[in-house]
Ligand binder design. Structure first.
Ligand code: MN
Length: 334
């Protein structure tokens, strides 16, 4: 049973705020599995807001928060789903495009619950009973910044660090095309609360573990450049991953070495899964719409960043995808 029917229009900031503040019991705050800087920043700033408002809350994710986010104020409040043995009536989901990406945290929703969906993904399917989805916002942390700002909520230094981290992460360090004048104004406002921007950039964007560096060393030996000179890719087998000691999530560190090569239009990362299937990440620079390529293989994403999964063996997956990308590159440059 739900308290509201799904609507296509957004709820107002005020409706969202009062729904959260009216919950007498604990509020559950969740975000997508394999949480990134925006997801962690948004979940913790929502928790921080609740704390300041004198409300109690629980913050949960299926996965551990990566250690690069250890500096974020309140990160120790994150609990793993299987360590929570109660259910909640009011749930705030942040930075999550669909219910599936909430993983097993949905088991913590009481039979009769109110689910509040706060997000910025274009693909968000408005799964909440209440929705605040701003697809043009560069980060969920910007959506929250707007809401707190419009509601007259004081943003202290800790909350500023959290919101800034999400904004920094989702704009790739203020480099992607979603780096708007508004986001720089928001960042300036947050910075005025007094923290070191390099400390955050260093942890979130630049730091690598030894295993990641080892993965880069081994992974770069697999770098291939297509005859066109416009496609570069690396192939990470299970064996290579094991040898490096890195985890599957770590393989993302290899992506910049593909697209960033001068003259390359499409960079790709192929990684073999334990079950033999192949996960592919695609990035393009100027012209090729990698989302439409990924879509043809059952995946999806954005024009410049997309992904899909293929059946193995890995060499066959590489061949299929490189062929498709080469065609797209040819037509984009003809
Ligand atoms: Mn985000």
């Amino acid at each position: 049973m739900v308290k509201r029917v799904a609507v296509t229009a957004n709820n107002t900031y005020q409706e969202i705020m009062s729904a959260v503040l009216n919950e007498p019991d604990q509020v559950l705050v969740v975000c997508h599995v394999s949480p990134d800087g925006d997801a962690v920043g948004a979940a913790l700033s929502m928790a921080h807001f609740l704390e300041q408002a004198g409300k109690s809350f629980t913050v949960v994710n299926d996965d551990p928060v990566p250690s690069r986010y250890d500096f974020m104020p309140g990160v120790e409040r994150f609990q793993r789903t299987d360590s929570v043995d109660r259910q909640f009536r009011t749930i705030v989901a942040v930075d999550c495009a669909d219910l599936k990406r909430l993983g097993a945290t949905t088991q913590l929703f009481a039979d009769s619950h109110l689910l509040i969906n706060i997000d910025h993904h274009e693909t968000n399917n408005r799964y909440g009973h209440m929705n605040l989805v701003q697809a043009e916002a560069s980060a969920t942390c910007l959506v929250l910044y707007r809401m707190f700002h419009a509601s007259g909520i004081a943003v202290d230094r800790n909350m500023a660090i959290l919101l800034y981290t999400g904004i920094l992460f989702d704009t790739g360090g203020f480099r992607y095309n979603n780096t708007t004048p508004e986001i720089h104004h928001a960042a300036a406002d947050l910075l005025s609360r007094g923290f070191e921007p390099f400390m955050i950039a260093d942890r979130v964007l630049e730091s690598m573990t030894r295993e990641q560096v080892e993965l880069v060393r081994l992974g770069l030996s697999t770098l291939r450049i297509h005859d066109s000179g416009r496609i570069a890719y690396v192939v990470v087998s299970q064996e290579l991953l094991r040898t490096s000691g890195a985890s599957d999530d770590d393989t993302e560190v290899l992506l910049p070495y593909t697209r960033s090569l001068s003259g390359i239009e499409v960079g790709m990362l192929f990684r073999e899964r334990p079950d033999g299937s192949v996960k592919v990440s695609l990035r393009s620079r100027d012209r090729v719409d990698v989302a439409s390529i990924a879509l043809r293989f059952g995946g999806g994403g954005h024009v410049r960043a997309a992904g899909c999964n293929l059946d193995g063996p890995i060499e066959q997956a590489v061949e299929h995808l490189v062929t498709a990308v080469a065609e797209a590159v040819t037509s984009a440059f003809s």
